[in-house]
Ligand binder design. Structure first.
Ligand SMILES: C[S@@+](CC[C@H](N)C(=O)[O-])C[C@H]1O[C@@H](n2cnc3c(N)ncnc32)[C@H](O)[C@@H]1O
Length: 421
């Protein structure tokens, strides 16, 4: 499918003009980091790992659009913060993400019409022996959850998104004890961590209440504008026509070994995917810790900062640096440059791209991701118009005992603004 998005209507132009006038001038620039308590843009419906702030996205889109309701793209759209901000600003948008869980949340946030609630499915024992939900739930509970998810999946889009996000939230809550201090690592059933068992009636009541609560929350939030096009696809193969995008606002996965499939293993299990049995999704997510079958491009094909990183990792004295870690970093860099090629293809001349990227460390070697992205984009015909760093206080490295062994400096998140020449 190729997404074609139309131009600005009179209604959109006047909506944009109104919204623009509601952006207040600030003494200090707003940070892209999402405050944990953010309610704007329905961020609380399903706080997504590494999601950025809705307020920041809205203000950034409005000031970067230069008064025109051009077409917005987020190639790593996550929970749809960019696409919702574009929708609220009257701008047509396309959001792409490879993780189907992210797309469902983005769909729910973009719904304009109130969705009807899904009622309890009939009782049926439909849980297969290898159902991925059995990693956390007893067979009867997994079976009841499977009945709900099958009914939700076959429902129309609005009902589907509401019921599935309710399922995600309830499953998360019921398996809270499986979550460690690292938000992206989820344990599974083990002898000292038994499966969760809950009566079907109690589970049904929880799911109905959750749908009602979400629905109320949706009603309190006015959504207008052009509904975004949301696609479950890879940033490396954008299903979008060439020269069709005016503005990119995005945040790629960082080189911090975050495995989005593991982080959302329970929600993917609700959708019927077992990430341990089916490596495909996990393997193709950018930043994955799995190594795909040999990629011929191993280093020395990037700009100077990426090449320095490749050299630092391959010469590092620690175990597996020259093997596994070098392959993982090159796989990440290859995904990044392939995605930048695609983003460059779909953008018009004069398009603006705003990237939020976070630096990190490999052991004691800095990973200067902002510089890497800037150089790789410059090599592809983008010029830098602004590079603004924000200090980050808590990173995943600060949660990892082994990583703490190496001395490190402060880490920053950078908002990088580029223009396609
Ligand atoms: C930093 S998050 C984006 C968060 C988003 N800005 C928000 O506010 O929710 C990066 C996203 O990239 C997605 N992703 C990873 N590999 C991808 C790929 N190859 N193509 C498209 N999306 C991918 C992940 O699923 C994740 O949702």
């Amino acid at each position: 499918m190729k997404a074609h998005v139309g131009g600005e209507t009179f209604a959109q132009a006047s909506l944009l003009a109104n919204l623009r006038s509601s952006v207040e001038p600030r003494n200090r620039p707003l940070s892209p980091k999402r405050p944990p308590t953010e309610l704007a843009g329905l961020a609380d419906l399903f706080p997504y790992y590494a999601g950025f702030s809705f307020e920041w996205a809205r203000e950034t889109l409005l000031s970067a659009s230069g008064g025109l309701a051009g077409v917005v793209l987020d190639p790593w759209n996550g929970s749809g913060t960019t696409t919702l901000a574009a929708q609220m600003a009257g701008m047509p948008s396309v959001g792409v993400d490879l993780n189907p869980v992210a797309n469902i949340v983005a769909h729910l946030r973009a719904n304009i019409a109130p969705a009807s609630l899904l009622t309890s499915p009939p009782n049926a024992d439909i849980c297969a022996e290898d159902d991925p939900l059995l990693a956390w739930f007893s067979p009867p509970t997994a079976s009841r959850l499977r009945s709900w998810s099958s009914l939700a999946t076959s429902s129309p889009q609005g009902v589907r998104a509401l019921a599935l996000v309710a399922l995600f939230r309830v499953v998360r809550e019921l398996t809270r004890s499986f979550q460690g201090s690292n938000p992206t690592w989820v344990r599974r059933t083990s002898p000292d961590r038994p499966q969760v068992a809950i009566e079907s009636e109690e589970l049904d009541a929880l799911l109905l209440k959750e749908q009602r609560d979400i629905s109320k929350r949706l009603e309190s939030h006015m959504r207008v504008g052009v509904r975004p096009i949301l696609v479950n696809s890879s940033a490396k193969a954008l299903p979008i026509a060439s020269d069709s995008i005016d503005l990119v606002l995005t945040s790629p996965p960082y080189l911090t070994r975050i495995d989005y499939a593991v982080a959302y293993a329970r929600e993917l299990a609700v959708l019927g995917t077992d990430i341990l049995a089916n490596r495909s999704l996990r393997e193709h997510l950018m930043g994955t810790t799995l190594i795909r079958p040999v990629d011929a491009r191993l280093g020395a094909i990037y700009g100077p900062t990426a090449n320095q990183l490749v050299k630092a990792i391959s010469e590092h004295q620690s175990k597996a640096s020259r093997g596994y870690y070098l392959k993982q970093a090159c796989q990440y860099l290859n995904d990044l440059v392939d995605s930048l090629d695609e983003i460059s293809r779909v953008c018009k001349k004069g398009a603006v791209a705003i990237f939020v990227v976070q630096d990190s460390y490999y052991k004691d070697a800095p990973i200067r991701l902002a510089d890497i992205c800037e150089e790789e984009a410059n090599l592809r015909g983008w010029t830098t118009t602004e590079k603004r760093p924000f200090e980050v206080s808590r990173t995943l490295t600060s949660l990892n005992k082994a990583a703490k062994l190496y001395p490190k400096g402060k880490v920053s998140e950078t908002v990088l603004t580029l223009k396609r020449v």
